[in-house]
Design a protein around this ligand. Structure first.
Ligand SMILES: [Fe+2]
Length: 118
């Protein structure tokens, strides 16, 4: 059974500050992520091709919504955007380390690769 949020929970008798709006957008992002998870679970749980086609399309639209909301959040909270960039850079560094480790552990030639085939 769905657990819908109180539709009036976020309503206030004034306009939201940018900080409050950023909080609301974070909640919206969590809703989009939950929707992606649910649609994908339903796609994985059926062999019905029509359902897979439609639900996959909706799931992917939700992914675009996450991107839109993340972009809006970066505008509303530039300091948070700096943390996002910092996290991206950390992962890139880890991937570079992984590439170097993989290159070290992967021999460029093997005995098999030295045998010439006619
Ligand atoms: Fe959405």
């Amino acid at each position: 059974m769905a657990d819908f949020a109180n539709p009036f929970g976020m309503n206030v008798n004034r306009k939201l500050t940018n900080e409050e709006l950023a909080q609301a957008i974070r909640m919206d992002i969590s809703g989009e992520l939950e929707a992606i998870y649910l649609y994908d679970a339903h796609v994985q749980a059926t062999d019905n091709k029509a359902a897979i086609k439609v639900l996959s399309d909706i799931r992917d639209e939700e992914k675009a919504h996450v991107g839109e909301l993340m972009t809006l959040l970066r505008i509303l909270d530039p300091k948070e955007a700096e943390f996002f960039i910092s996290g991206e850079e950390e992962v890139k560094e880890l991937m570079e380390e992984l590439d170097k480790e993989t290159a070290v552990n992967t021999p460029s030639s093997t005995i098999g690769s030295l045998i010439k085939e006619d």
